[in-house]
Design a protein around this ligand. Structure first.
Ligand code: URA
Ligand code: CA
Length: 440
């Protein structure tokens, strides 16, 4: 050993954080390296996680933790792609179809979208599952094909590959069983490390708030958004965030091919108002982060233009075709998988819609087979729920509240969950505001 230097010990790192002090970059890297190579046992890692949970981390510590997790594994090499690569991340949400819509929207504005995507776990599938509901669509591109397609079309989606952020995987699994998931510095570094490892130059975040979200209160959602924007600033990745409402599902459709249909309708300018609005908010930020617009107003103008003149829709068609899918679905969405049965769930009384439990509608869709509970389960791409009302809407007895698209599995459970979780009352209700915050 070098003279005068003692070896770093995990017990001292834990004690320092336990007592509320900031850890040095060296200490944070020692921890992350030890997690990655297995030299730090789970009990010590857990103790540090709990200390961070109670003591927090400052902006420098968070940035160091993020970069150390990036360095624990591979980085996707996207060199050779022209332009500023902007990635979008939504923190959870039910029936969130924004990724499918934003890809073509911002690509049509000239911002390259090189998307790596995974399968979903939970209420509906992930973006990959949704895209695979298009006949023939595949995500098995070579790295060369992927980059070539991004340069040519500005849009390509590839399956997850490589060993990205293994330290985050291990820490997340530990957090899950030690009640340390709900920690702002840990969530923020986890999300940001994955985006950076996947090659993002700039990041746009949609932090959901409300009953169906990870963060139930607006204040916590704001703290999370600020934490991620702060990390982005510290590590030189321009990061912009919005806080958006998830107290009810976004749009009307919850289910894989149903959401693809909703995405196509939105790209035609015929989508649900809330979904369209959120796509404009996020899309304009992606255009700004990608350096194609100087202000959010200019970005929004560009997004409206590619929506209105059909160029985003045309780009979606070319993208589907380039990845082997049936481009005819754009003009004939009925070519997408559909369910055998569509059952209407009617209102039992007159009144106003008081609430639509986003989590519960998501769970109801999962009972129909739209999502997986475990990662190897098969999902049914054609099933799901289409809402007919939003919070604040007036409703008459006998009017449809929702449609259940079923292939025979879980139908009764889904119907009773919908009845229970779309509540109707006499009092008029002001619809919740969609955008709750803008952090940059
Ligand atoms: N999502 C993530 O990727 N990481 C977290 O820590 C929480 C949610
Ligand atoms: Ca939806």
């Amino acid at each position: 050993m070098e003279s005068g230097r003692t070896e770093m010990r995990m017990v001292d790192v834990i004690a320092k954080k336990r007592d509320g002090m900031s850890l040095s970059d060296e200490e944070i890297r020692f921890f992350v390296n030890g997690i990655t190579d297995g030299s730090i046992p789970d009990y010590q890692a857990s103790a540090l996680l709990m200390s961070v949970f109670f003591r927090d981390m400052d902006e420098r510590e968070r940035a160091t933790l993020t970069l150390a997790m990036v360095d624990s594994g591979d980085r996707i090499d996207l060199s050779g792609i022209e332009g500023v690569l902007v990635d979008k991340h939504s923190t959870g949400g039910v029936g969130d179809t924004t990724t499918l819509i934003l890809g073509p929207l911002v690509a049509a504005c000239g911002v390259p979208v090189a998307k790596m995507s995974g399968r979903g776990l939970g209420h509906t599938g992930g973006t990959l599952d949704k895209l695979e509901s298009i006949e023939g669509f595949h995500i098995e591109l070579t790295e060369e094909e992927f980059k070539e397609q991004v340069n040519r079309l500005k849009l390509a989606v590839i399956g997850q590959s490589g060993n990205l952020t293994p330290a985050d995987k291990k820490l997340y699994a530990l957090r899950d069983v030690t009640a340390t998931v709900d920690s702002i510095p840990l969530i923020a570094s986890s999300i940001m490390s994955k985006k950076i490892a996947a090659g993002a130059d700039a990041i746009v975040l949609d932090v959901k708030t409300g009953e169906g979200a990870f963060m139930k209160t607006e204040e916590d959602s704001r703290r999370l958004a600020e934490a991620m924007v702060g990390i982005g600033r510290s590590v030189g990745r321009r990061t912009l965030a919005v806080i958006s409402d998830m107290s009810q599902p976004l749009g009307f459709a919850v289910g894989n091919s149903l959401e693809v249909k909703e995405a196509i309708a939105t790209l035609k300018g015929e989508g649900p108002e809330d979904l369209t609005r959120l796509c404009v908010e996020l899309g304009s930020r992606m255009v700004v982060a990608g350096g194609k617009a100087d202000s959010l107003e200019e970005g929004a103008r560009m997004i409206h233009e590619v929506l209105g003149d059909g160029s985003a829709l045309g780009l979606f068609r070319s993208f589907i075709e380039a990845q082997g899918g049936d481009p005819e679905v754009v003009d004939h969405p009925d070519r997408l998988p559909s369910a055998n049965e569509v059952i209407q769930v009617d209102a039992k009384r007159d009144g106003y819609i008081q609430s639509i439990g986003a989590d519960d509608i998501g769970l109801a869709a999962m009972h129909l087979g739209a999502g997986r509970a475990t990662k190897d389960e098969a999902i049914d791409l054609g099933v799901g729920i289409v809402l007919k009302k939003k919070v604040g809407d007036p409703v008459r007895k006998g009017e449809p509240l929702a449609e259940v698209h079923s292939n025979g599995r879980g139908t009764d459970t889904a119907i009773s969950m919908i009845r229970e979780h779309i509540t109707i009352g006499e009092e008029p209700v002001t619809p919740p505001a969609l955008i709750r915050g803008d952090i940059r």
